[in-house]
Structure formats: structure tokens, C-alpha cells
Write a protein that binds this ligand. Structure first.
Ligand code: PLP
Length: 372
């Protein structure tokens, strides 16, 4: 059996190990020092005034949904292409996820489909920047403004992506990030909520502290029933080291994506993560989509990668194809692309040789279907 290639792996250096060792030895008030520092680093990078570190992106989304006052009977629009966490957070507050189709080139929310799905019950739109590809933010923000509906950015997959000078996550009413082990920066598990809205920030801080407001004078006094999605100081210590390296980490991710793009440049049957004029793709996960005419399927790809002991990952199943949601096969693009696409390994420490092995599997799949 050949050496395995994983699809994701965090990049951990001496710096992360030094900080985490220090955090493990901290006590008293120093128990929170890395959390504050992590939030500061994040605010600076995103250019936003407020950031709240959490135990996960899912938790951050949940807090944000409550802070917006979303409740049972409300509807929240999101793309049918994405990870379940976004939809889960909608259901946690009793609201209904409304899945709409995506654009064929970015695999992100189709603004026209969003507009059609708006009803008097729509209380938010969630833009997920899937695989670091950017949603059409100008159109979506204008649409939200015209209808008085807040736009949330789930940027879990888009750290490092930039839309016309603004970082993914910094443009909506709030943005969320994930530091799960597979994501661009990792704290093992972890998340962040960012916002420019002081009132919303105040609410999520209170909600994340068991309903204890930072302005409450009485000690140990919750005003509401809250939640507790806190990150630990030890995790935040890893996060600080990762954020101090974020430019380098994102640059390497982008380099990997562009190396793959170069390797596939002569194959018209292949498209990868787009980078439109004025945008920077954070390149979290290099993804290949094969043309319908190529005949390459998910199953063929999975089989070929397995033979090579490479851990490629299937493109997101349409969320509305999952058993707990009403099925929406009319979302044609979201239901079609996963049948002929795959995520390629793209972690920081990958070698050129490993990338060659991955690329050769992709090319072999194309050749196999041509021979048929
Ligand atoms: C990973 C991910 C999440 C969930 O992040 P956790 O930190 O695991 O809760 C949410 N949304 C998207 C788009 C993701 O990719």
C-alpha cells in the first residue's frame, strides 16, 4: 500500500507548542489572556471592531441567530450547497432553513434564487463562502437592504478570502469562522463571531456567558437564560500562534491551489475554485469539478483515489437531499455538481511529490472515461 495522503492537516510549529505550553501553566486571570489576544488578532486581521471567540462555528452561528431574535415560524434562506452546521443553527432557534440553488461557477448562493425565496417570514439570509469561493456580496447586501433582511456570512471556509478590499466575514450583520482541525487555521475545535454592530456584540457576549451581561453590577447574576460556547485559553493559545502566521498559511494554501490549477490547465474538462476580478480566494480546499461531457463521476473518483490511498473528499451533498429536510431537487446546480466533483488534499505541509500523486489520479480518471 502506498503512503497515505490525508485531505487536511493543521500546520503546527514551535510557536504553537510554545504558546500552548505557556497557556497550560497559566492560572487565575491569566486563564483568559490568550482568548483576549486571539480576539484582538482576529479583529485586526478582519478589520472589524468586535470579535467573540467560541468553542465552534456552530455555536457562534447559534448565538448570532438568537441575538438577531430569530424564532419558531421564521424562515432563513441559505444555499443548498454547504455543510449542515449552518442549517443546524437555524433549526436550534426553531426557524426553518429555506434551501436555494447556487451559481454554477462559484457554487455559492444564486442571488436571483434568494430574491424569489423571500417571504414575509424571511428573517435572515446566510451567505456561505463555500470552499473559500466568495458569494456575490454586493448583490446580496443590496437585496437584504431592500427587503430589510440581515445578511449573515458563514465564513468558516473563507479565512483569507477578500471581496473588493473587504475580508470575508466582515461585510454582513455578523460573520462566523471555524477552527476545526480541517480548517485553514485550527485550534483543534473552535470558532469566532465577528461583527461591527455593538448591540449585537453585547448580546452575544451576554448569551455566551450564561446570560450574565458585562454591564450587570450585581455579581454572579444572570439576567436571561444563556448558553456557554466558550473557547478555552489553551485552544486560544494555539489560535494566537496560528493568527500570527495567518498570512503565511493562507499564502501557502493559495500556492497549492495555483499549483493544481497549473497541472490541470490543459484539461478543458476541469474547473476549480474561481477567483473573479477584485477578489482573493483563500483557497481553503482545492476542488475540481468535471464537465458533464467528461463522464467522470464522484464514484469513479472515489474509487481511483482509494486505490492510491489518497483521502479525497466528496463535494457537499445538497443539504435538501438529507433525510431530515424536505427535498428540493429543483435546485438543479446544487444537485448536479456533487455528482462530478471532488475535494483534493491541500494542507500546508504537502510536498510537490504528493501533489503530483493527487494530480495523476485526476488525470487518470479523465483518461479512463475517454477510453470507454
Ligand atoms: C466547518 C463549518 C462549520 C462548522 O464549524 P464547527 O467549528 O465545526 O462548528 C460551519 N459552516 C461551514 C460552512 C463549515 O465549513
Amino acid at each position: 500500500m502506498k503512503q497515505p495522503i490525508l485531505y487536511a492537516k493543521p500546520s503546527i510549529t514551535e510557536r504553537e507548542i510554545r504558546y500552548v505550553t505557556d497557556a497550560a501553566q497559566a492560572s487565575g486571570q491569566a486563564c483568559y489572556a490568550y482568548i483576549t489576544r486571539f480576539e484582538e488578532l482576529f479583529k485586526k486581521y478582519l478589520d472589524v471592531p468586535y470579535a467573540l471567540a467560541t468553542s465552534s462555528c456552530t455555536g457562534a452561528l447559534h448565538l448570532g441567530m438568537i441575538a438577531l431574535g430569530i424564532k419558531p415560524g421564521d424562515e432563513v434562506i441559505l444555499a443548498d450547497t454547504g455543510w449542515i452546521a449552518t442549517a443546524s443553527a437555524i433549526t436550534y432557534v426553531g426557524a426553518k432553513p429555506v434551501f436555494v440553488d447556487v451559481l454554477p461557477d462559484s457554487w455559492c448562493l444564486d442571488p436571483r434564487a434568494v430574491e424569489k425565496a423571500i417571504t414575509p417570514k424571511t428573517k435572515a439570509i446566510i451567505a456561505v463562502h463555500v470552499y473559500s469561493n466568495l458569494c456575490e456580496m454586493d448583490t446580496l447586501l443590496n437585496l437584504g437592504k431592500a427587503h430589510g433582511i440581515p445578511l449573515i456570512e458563514d465564513s468558516a471556509e473563507a479565512l483569507g478570502s477578500v471581496y473588493h478590499g473587504k475580508r470575508a466575514g466582515s461585510m454582513g450583520i455578523f460573520g462566523t469562522f471555524s477552527f476545526h482541525g480541517t480548517k485553514t487555521i485550527s485550534t483543534g475545535e473552535g470558532g469566532m463571531l465577528v461583527t461591527s454592530d455593538p448591540v449585537l456584540y453585547d448580546k452575544v457576549v451576554t448569551l455566551n456567558n450564561h446570560g450574565r451581561s458585562p454591564h450587570q453590577k450585581k455579581q454572579f447574576w444572570p439576567d436571561i437564560v444563556g448558553h456557554k460556547y466558550k473557547i478555552s485559553n489553551v485552544q486560544a493559545a494555539i489560535g494566537c500562534a496560528q493568527m500570527e502566521r495567518v498570512e503565511e498559511i493562507v499564502a501557502r494554501k493559495r500556492e497549492i491551489l495555483s499549483l493544481y490549477q497549473k497541472k490541470f490547465s490543459s484539461f478543458l474538462e476541469i474547473t476549480m475554485n474561481p477567483e473573479p476580478e477584485g477578489c482573493v480566494n483563500g483557497a481553503w480546499m482545492p476542488t475540481v469539478v468535471f464537465s458533464r461531457e467528461s463522464g467522470v463521476t464522484r464514484e469513479l473518483l472515489q474509487e481511483a483515489f482509494k486505490e492510491e490511498n489518497i483521502d479525497a473528499r466528496v463535494f457537499f451533498w445538497p443539504l435538501s437531499s438529507l433525510p431530515m429536510f424536505p427535498s428540493c431537487p429543483e435546485n438543479k446546480v446544487a444537485w448536479d455538481i456533487p455528482n462530478r466533483a471532488i475535494n483534493l488534499p491541500g494542507y500546508h505541509d504537502m510536498t510537490e511529490e504528493e501533489m503530483d500523486r493527487v494530480a495523476s489520479v485526476v488525470v487518470r480518471c479523465l483518461e479512463r472515461t475517454k477510453r470507454r
